[in-house]
Design a protein. Structure first.
Length: 463
């Protein structure tokens, strides 16, 4: 604006000097000459034709990239490293063997435990055989008890009495027959041999009768209670044998279980001598070499998964409700590219950190080519809100005068007009015009500080 005033002042002085030299010039001629010169003075500006476009309001945050997943490989047994299968930078899959620890001592423990298991199983088999025999004895004792008590004993007495009576009848019949045959012998009707045979039969019958009477006497002398006590004692002894055999099996099974546990522990310890990867990833650090010693619980290797990387930020409470998981984030990593990498918000903490009062937020970015490395510095634009059909202008085009904001438009005659506007979303480069302008309006984006209402402009660049 000052440059234009100086120009006009110079022209005015020249006109005035010319009038004075003639000595007859009027003030009206001087005024007309100045007005004529002002009409040709213009201010050079750059303009922009407004179109609807997307504008986003975002928060810029900076932090370092970290791996999506990082795992410290810690052996569960210590010992001498016998073989190393990987080096820093190698890609591995979950389950791949990374290195091996000398396993000879543990293999001896496994063989010893296997021997104990085999011995315990043999002891169980022997104890089972003893139990089978004891149970058979118990069954026999119970059967004898049932036979020698109650109605069984009465049946035996009745049966034996009937047997005695039957043998006694047979014996008496033989005696009568002998007497009859002796009479016949005197008259020669039978032979002496017949008499001898009958006497032999009588002697046998007498012996059988006496034996049966003795057995009956023995049964009669016994009481049911005595027989029951004897049978019960046999059953109790058999039951004790079964209990002892059962206890022997339980003891053998407990020993076998302990031996099996020892075997499984030894086998597990043996499996730990092959240290494997827990995740798919890349070896980022390796401190073991063949022949070196590692301790159980000490970090030997580090694995990182960078198929995805993450960036962790802390945000204030006034922002935490403006974002949510799934929001798009544009991240710039200058070490890799000038173009932004698109990521998403993966987590938003529901509560502030008790120490900082800030809310932790994590962003995930796909990294299939592994271009992004942990430790690289990243600047992320966290989108808070957006309008996909906004009229937005470069933020410098809006002149802020306290409560009033305005821009300059240019009409078809290249005349500038001061237009009051209301603004909306804003970011580092652009600001949304909510009211005051329309699509296809031409606004001044450079040179507006030298304009006033009605200024003539010279458009040197149009966008």
């Amino acid at each position: 604006m000052k440059a234009r005033k100086y120009l006009i002042s110079g022209i005015s002085l020249a006109v005035l000097a010319s009038s004075l030299a003639t000595g007859c010039g009027s003030t009206e001629a001087v005024s007309d000459a100045v007005s004529s010169q002002e009409q040709v003075v213009s201010t050079s500006v750059e303009t922009l034709t407004l179109v609807e476009d997307t504008i986003q309001s975002y928060k810029t945050l900076s932090a370092s990239i970290v791996a999506k997943n990082e795992v410290a490989v810690i052996p569960k047994v210590g010992g001498t490293v016998s073989k190393v299968h990987v080096k820093v930078g190698d890609k591995v899959k979950a389950g791949d063997v990374l290195f091996e620890i000398d396993s000879r001592d543990i293999e001896i423990q496994v063989k010893s435990a296997q021997s104990s298991v085999t011995s315990s199983q043999a002891t169980i088999s022997s104890a089972q055989a003893g139990l089978d025999a004891a149970e058979a004895g118990l069954n026999a004792a119970k059967a004898n008890y049932n036979m020698n008590t109650g109605s069984n004993l009465d049946n035996q007495l009745s049966s034996q009495k009937a047997n005695v009576e039957n043998l006694e009848r047979q014996y008496n019949d033989l005696l009568r027959d002998l007497e009859s045959n002796k009479a016949l012998l005197e008259v020669g009707a039978v032979s002496q041999n017949t008499i001898d045979n009958m006497e032999t039969q009588i002697a046998t019958a007498k012996s059988n009768l006496d034996q049966a009477k003795n057995q009956l006497k023995t049964l009669e002398e016994q009481t049911i209670e005595e027989t029951k006590r004897a049978s019960e004692a046999s059953v109790q002894q058999a039951e004790a044998s079964v209990s002892q055999a059962t206890a022997s099996i339980a003891q053998a099974e407990a020993s076998a279980a302990q031996a099996q546990t020892s075997l499984e522990n030894a086998q597990q310890q043996l499996s730990y001598t092959k240290v494997v990867a827990e995740i798919d990833g890349i070896i980022s650090n390796c401190t073991v070499t063949e022949g070196s010693t590692v301790g159980a619980g000490s970090v030997a290797l580090s694995l990182i998964d960078i198929d995805k990387v993450k960036i962790a930020f802390n945000i204030t409470g006034d922002l935490v409700n403006t974002i949510q998981a799934g929001n798009t984030v544009y991240t710039y990593i200058d070490a890799v590219s000038d173009e932004p990498f698109e990521g998403v918000v993966s987590t938003v903490a529901p509560a502030a950190d008790s120490k900082t009062g800030l809310y932790p937020v994590e962003i995930e970015i796909s990294n299939p080519k592994h271009l992004l490395k942990p430790g690289m510095f990243a600047t992320s634009k966290l989108v808070l809100s957006e309008n996909p059909s906004a009229l937005s202008v470069p933020i410098g085009a809006v002149i802020d005068k306290g409560e009033t904001k305005y821009v300059y438009t240019v009409d078809a005659d290249n005349i500038a007009h001061k237009i009051a506007v209301e603004t909306g979303l804003e970011n580092e480069t652009h600001i949304e015009i909510v009211s005051g302008l329309n699509a296809n309006d031409v606004i001044v984006i450079k040179g507006q500080d030298y304009l006033s209402e009605g200024s003539l402009v010279n458009i040197v660049a149009a966008n």
